[in-house]
Design a protein around this ligand. Structure first.
Ligand SMILES: [Zn+2]
Length: 476
């Protein structure tokens, strides 16, 4: 079938879509009735909020590449005349989302899990499908959208993590990041697969992506439980695995009628583009290596007790003793007038004993109660607070030295330390004879879960092995 006949075929679908969007079941006049110009202006306004919460990933080349793949898909979509914007945001979250009016974002986190241009096109196609079917528009009332201003919720230690997801969810409605519900997600998958086919990619890439992200989600749910954080999950992934999901197979299968003779996969091109991509946390936002938390931008570092479990979550930095009976949490405040001793007294109230201290030349104080220890340090224009809580005074006694050593390790980073602090990166290598994921994992900085991570990012989870001569991703 030639391209012209193919594009004629899509006309009835287009009409069906827009008429269903313009005839809300409730009969109420809602957002869907708004003009495209209004929709675009809402997208533009919300785009500003997104960019206040997420930083744009600082690689022009990668941005241009993602934009070009997005535009390829968009020109074959049901709203080809809309102006689309595709942006990579600097977040370890594994997500992609779309605003009304054609503003589409992918996180750098999700890019690390994709293995070809076709899979990137699948993610962008799915999000483009949310825009063409106006799902975002249907989610919020016009008045809600109009009220969204630039007042942002005050976030706990904004520099210490990416709280972006949580705040955006509050601001723009839960659906933006968490998904639009089963029916709309399936519709976005169907539309995405359709756009893939019409752009010369194999629509099956949609199923591949959902599979990779589903495996990531299953794995990360376990890890998140261990680390006491929220799992990282892509909004469009359902409860079932794609291979067992008949509805998903069905909606993607429909686009098979647009079968592409020689689909473009673009594996090598894509891998070259993400060579050097930041993986997981970034040094500007704070990294944990061997229980040392370092923050490049704020310029400080603290060593948590060596056997403890350290969690760098979007909301806080914390550590827990192996028996889980003692926990430490790092917080930050602006530096007030008065001494750390006075600050600690105000913070902990009358019941505690406060002693002035000096940590590595920094003025500090420690406040004690039988089952808590609180360290306060001034550094630059900030106050760092380490709050330690134990289940009982006996437990606190047992961990006292470890806790105090940790508090007293807080220091301003030297230039040399800052230089050494570099984020983990995706690196593309050619597999040599004898390479296995177990072997590659031994040389990886990812720690005990390295082998699973390597399989996940290379779509060979849970049991695959690399083939000699093949290009794969490792983390360096
Ligand atoms: Zn979606």
């Amino acid at each position: 079938m030639n391209t012209l006949t193919k594009s004629l075929l899509v006309v009835p679908i287009l009409l069906a879509l827009s008429s269903c969007a313009r005839n809300p079941v409730t009969g109420r006049q809602d957002f869907v009735m708004m003009s495209e110009a209004q929709e675009v202006s809402i997208g533009l306004r919300q785009d500003i909020l997104v960019k206040q919460q997420y930083r744009v990933y600082p690689s022009r080349a990668l941005q241009d590449y993602v934009e070009s793949v997005g535009q390829k898909v968009a020109t074959r979509s049901h709203r080809p005349l809309l102006k689309y914007h595709y942006t990579v945001v600097d977040s370890p979250e594994i997500n992609a989302f779309a605003l009304p009016g054609g503003y589409i974002y992918v996180t750098r986190g999700i890019l690390a899990y994709l293995n070809s241009e076709a899979e990137l096109a699948a993610v962008l196609g799915h999000e483009t499908g949310h825009v063409t079917a106006r799902h975002g528009v249907r989610q919020q009332s016009a008045s809600q959208a109009a009220q969204i201003g630039v007042t942002l919720a005050s976030i706990f230690v904004p520099e210490l993590g990416t709280n972006a997801g949580y705040n955006l969810t509050n601001m723009l409605g839960g659906a933006l990041l968490s998904g639009y519900g089963r029916e709309h997600e399936l519709e976005a998958d169907r539309l995405g697969a359709d756009y893939l086919a019409r752009s010369g990619y194999d629509p099956h890439a949609m199923i591949n992506v959902v599979g990779v992200l589903k495996n990531q989600e299953l794995f990360d749910t376990d890890i998140a439980k261990q680390e006491g954080r929220e799992p990282r999950r892509y909004h469009g992934v359902f409860a079932t695995h794609p291979d067992a999901d008949t509805r998903l197979q069905q909606v993607v299968g429909e686009s098979k009628s647009l079968e592409v003779a020689n689909p473009y996969e673009g594996r090598d091109v894509f891998l070259r583009q993400i060579d050097g991509l930041t993986f997981n946390d970034s040094s500007d936002q704070g990294v944990v290596r061997n229980n040392v938390f370092s923050h490049g931008e704020l310029g400080f570092s603290i060593s948590f007790p060596s056997e403890w479990k350290v969690t760098n979550s979007p909301a806080s930095i914390s550590a827990r003793s192996p028996d889980k009976l003692v926990s430490m949490q790092l917080k930050m405040d602006v530096k007030p007038t008065g001494t750390p001793t006075e600050y600690a007294r105000r913070l902990t109230g009358g019941g505690s004993r406060v002693e002035p201290e000096e940590f590595n030349g920094l003025s500090a104080a420690i406040a004690y109660t039988p089952s808590t220890i609180t360290g306060v340090t001034y550094l630059g224009s900030k106050t760092y607070i380490v709050q330690t809580v134990a289940k009982s005074p006996e437990v606190m006694d047992a961990q006292r030295n470890a806790v105090l050593n940790s508090m007293r390790s807080l220091h301003g980073m030297s230039e040399a330390e800052r230089k050494k602090l570099r984020p983990l990166q995706v690196k593309i290598i050619t597999v040599k004879t004898g390479d296995t994921y177990a072997e590659l994992a031994r040389r990886s900085p990812l720690g005990k879960n390295a082998e699973s991570y390597l399989r996940l990012i290379n779509a060979q989870y849970p049991k695959g092995e690399p083939t000699p001569g093949q290009s794969i991703k490792i983390i360096d």
